[in-house]
Design a protein around this ligand. Structure first.
Ligand code: IPM
Ligand code: MG
Length: 356
C-alpha cells in the first residue's frame, strides 16, 4: 500500500513521525508492506515553493492509495496574501481529490471521562456520535465571492450554494454510516431562514426513501449547537453542510474533553482518501515533544479501515493498543489528570507500540 505523507506545520511533523512508527509496527505484525512518500503542504510548502499546494504534492497524492496529513497553518503565515494561506493548501487538496465527505467521530473514551467538560450526569449517558460534514461545497467554495468597493464602501461576500447532486451524495454517506451504527440520522440545516437549506432538507427527505429503516430527523443548526451540549447522547449520525459541519464538529469533539484524541477521514469517489487528526497545528507547543500523537495514530487506523477492504484487524489492533495505553494511566498534557503518568509525544507513542 502506497501512502502519501504530509506532515505540514506546527506539531504536524512530530505527531506524524510517531504515527508512522505505529504504521511500521502494524506492517511487521501483520505482514503488510506500506510504502510512504513525503509531500509538502501548507506553510512549509509556501516557504519551499511559494504555493501551499505544489503541483508535485498533488501528483504524489493522486498516485497514492491514501494520504496521511498532520496539520497546516501557523502565525508565521497569518499575514500572508489570503490566496496562498496554508489553509488554501488543505482546501485545495480536498477539492482536487474530490473528497466531499468528511467523517468526524466524536466519542468519549471511558478512561477520559474526567476530562469531559460536561456535567457528570450528562457524561454518564455517553457520547458516541459521528459528524458527516460536506467538504467540497457551500460557502467554502461558492462563487461569487470576494471583497470589493461598492458605492464608496467595502463589501465582503460568499455564496452558500449547493447543487442537488452534492446534497444527494453526502446524504447517502450519512444514511450508509447510520446503517452501520445505531440507525439514526439527524440532518442539520437552517431551513427556517436559508433557501439553500430548504433544498438541502428536500433532497435529504428524497434520499431517505431508500433507507426506510433509518430514523431521520431534522434540526436547525442553532438548536443543534445547543443540543450537543445539553444532551449529546441523543445523536448518532449528524449530516450537515460544510460550514455548519466545521463548527459543529469542533463542538462535538471538545465536549468529549479530548480534541487531541480524535481522528478524521475525508473520502470521495475514485481518489485516495485523506486522513488527519481534527486538531490543528498547535504552534504554541510545536517542537517541544508535548503534542498528543493519539489522534494521528487513530487516523492511521481509520486510514487502514477505509482505504483497503481487508485491514479491519490492523485498524482494530491500533485502536485497542491506544485504549490499553489510556487504561494504563498514560496521558499527554492536553488530557492530564491527577495521578496520571504524564508523557511526551514520543513516549506516548512508545507506550502504544509496546501495547501493539
Ligand atoms: C477543519 C479546519 C479547516 C476548515 C481549516 C484549517 C481550513 O478548521 O478541517 O475543520 O475550516 O475546514
Ligand atoms: Mg474546523
Amino acid at each position: 500500500m502506497k501512502i502519501c505523507v504530509m506532515p505540514g506545520d506546527g506539531i504536524g511533523r512530530e505527531i506524524v513521525a510517531q504515527a508512522l512508527r505505529v504504521l511500521d509496527k502494524v506492517g511487521a505484525k501483520f505482514g503488510r508492506k506500506f510504502e510512504t512518500q513525503e509531500a509538502l503542504i501548507g506553510g512549509v510548502a509556501i516557504d519551499a515553493t511559494g504555493s501551499p499546494l505544489p503541483e508535485e504534492t498533488l501528483r504524489l497524492c493522486k498516485a497514492a492509495d491514501a494520504v496521511l496529513l498532520g496539520a497546516v497553518g501557523g502565525p508565521k503565515w497569518d499575514t500572508i496574501d489570503p490566496s496562498i494561506r496554508p489553509e488554501r493548501g488543505l482546501l485545495g487538496i480536498r477539492k482536487e481529490l474530490g473528497l466531499f465527505a468528511n467523517l468526524r467521530p466524536a466519542s468519549l473514551f471511558p478512561e477520559l471521562r474526567h476530562a469531559c467538560y460536561l456535567r457528570p450526569d450528562i457524561v454518564a449517558k455517553g457520547i458516541d456520535l459521528l459528524v458527516v460534514r460536506e467538504l467540497t461545497g457551500g460557502a467554502y467554495f461558492g462563487t461569487p465571492k470576494g471583497v470589493e468597493v461598492r458605492g464608496g464602501e467595502r463589501v465582503g461576500f460568499n455564496n452558500m450554494i449547493y447543487f442537488e447532486h452534492e446534497i444527494r451524495r453526502i446524504a447517502k454517506v450519512g444514511f450508509e454510516a447510520a446503517k452501520k451504527r445505531r440507525k439514526k440520522l439527524c440532518s442539520v440545516d437552517k431551513a427556517n431562514v436559508l433557501d439553500v437549506s430548504r433544498l438541502w432538507r428536500e433532497v435529504v427527505i428524497e434520499v431517505s426513501k431508500d433507507y426506510p429503516d433509518i430514523e431521520l430527523s431534522h434540526m436547525y443548526v442553532d438548536n443543534a449547537a445547543m443540543q450537543l451540549v445539553r444532551d449529546p447522547s441523543q445523536f448518532d449520525v449528524i449530516v450537515t453542510e460544510n460550514l455548519f459541519g466545521d463548527i459543529l464538529s469542533d463542538e462535538a469533539s471538545v465536549i468529549t474533553g479530548s480534541i487531541g484524541m480524535l481522528p478524521s477521514a475525508s473520502v470521495g469517489e475514485g481518489n485516495p482518501g485523506l486522513f488527519e487528526p481534527i486538531h490543528g497545528s498547535a504552534p504554541d507547543i510545536a517542537g517541544q515533544n508535548k503534542a498528543n500523537p493519539l489522534a494521528t495514530i487513530l487516523s492511521v487506523a481509520m486510514l487502514l479501515r477505509y482505504s483497503v477492504s481487508d485491514m479491519d484487524a490492523e485498524a482494530a489492533a491500533i485502536e485497542t493498543a491506544v485504549q490499553k495505553t489510556l487504561q494504563q494511566g498514560y496521558r499527554t498534557g492536553d488530557i492530564r489528570e491527577e495521578g496520571c503518568k504524564l508523557l511526551g509525544c514520543v513516549e506516548m507513542a512508545d507506550a502504544v507500540l509496546a501495547n501493539l
